[in-house]
Design a protein around this ligand. Structure first.
Ligand SMILES: [Zn+2]
Length: 263
């Protein structure tokens, strides 16, 4: 599933191509046809992201809400658009570009009230300018869950997925099973700034990169898939050389080092 950086990158790119423009919206597959009729020919004022959710705002009252889930995929084209391929739920076309959206987990037209209520249910998103780390700190204090599980909870922190979770905990040397409330304030401040920085790098390079130029001795634009991460799906800990441990936490596999990450 795409993590928050992909969604914010999409919002940024879509804002550039479609923001402020009048767009044609259709549903070649048919499942979004009724809603498409209500927004087609209107001005798409802005595109925004919160965690793994995308919002396309039309006027004051209409928001196209998209959550890609596991299988959702955008394909971008320069106009004129080619014939739709596969089950295209939404085709949105501006003056120079258009996209096809296939297989989203959620794709619906919602009103301003529903938009606000959905956003209230989402946790803080470190990529958003309006995010407040204190809200996350308070939720961690009240939580009974391990930090490794909490980091995947989109109602607590929005946008972090399975790869970022493993990499963040490894870089902070925190054991994934440590309770969230046992994290010190100093560690929390590091957690927040690291998460924000890594997600921002992800948006910029459009992929998850947790190593630095100095770690690998080459520019971040030239990393192989093997080189861009520290611990996720690795066999050996890059720090101590011991075998990387893997266990289920928060319904997904987490990779960590028993030796380097402390309770
Ligand atoms: Zn280690």
């Amino acid at each position: 599933m795409p993590e928050g950086h992909t969604i914010h990158r999409l919002a940024r790119d879509h804002q550039k191509w479609f923001g402020g423009k009048t767009v044609e919206v259709t549903s070649p597959q048919g499942r979004f046809s009724e809603d498409a009729k209500r927004i087609t020919g209107k001005r798409l004022s802005s595109i925004d992201a919160h965690g793994k959710h995308l919002f396309y705002q039309f006027g004051k009252q209409s928001f196209l809400h998209i959550h890609l889930g596991l299988y959702g995929k955008f394909r971008l084209f320069k106009t004129p658009m080619p014939a739709p391929k596969g089950e295209v739920r939404v085709r949105l076309v501006g003056d120079t570009h258009g996209f096809d959206l296939n297989g989203p987990n959620q794709c619906e037209l919602i009103n301003a009230e529903q938009f606000l209520s959905l956003r209230e249910r989402l946790g803080v998103d470190p990529l958003r300018k309006d995010s407040d780390p204190e809200v996350l700190w308070q939720k961690m204090q009240r939580s009974k869950k391990p930090l490794g599980a909490l980091l995947l909870d989109q109602s607590v922190i929005a946008g972090v997925g399975n790869i970022y979770r493993a990499e963040i905990l490894y870089l902070l040397r925190i054991h994934p099973a440590r309770l969230a409330k046992a994290v010190s304030r100093e560690e929390f401040d590091q957690l927040w700034s690291l998460t924000k920085r890594l997600l921002e790098i992800g948006v910029r390079y459009n992929r998850i990169i947790t190593v630095t130029k100095d770690d690998v001795g080459k520019p971040l634009t030239r990393l192989s898939n093997q080189e861009r991460l520290h611990i996720y799906k690795k066999e050996r800990c890059p720090e101590c050389g011991k075998a990387v441990a893997v266990t289920d936490l928060g319904a997904r596999s987490i990779y960590y080092c028993e030796n380097c990450q402390t309770w």
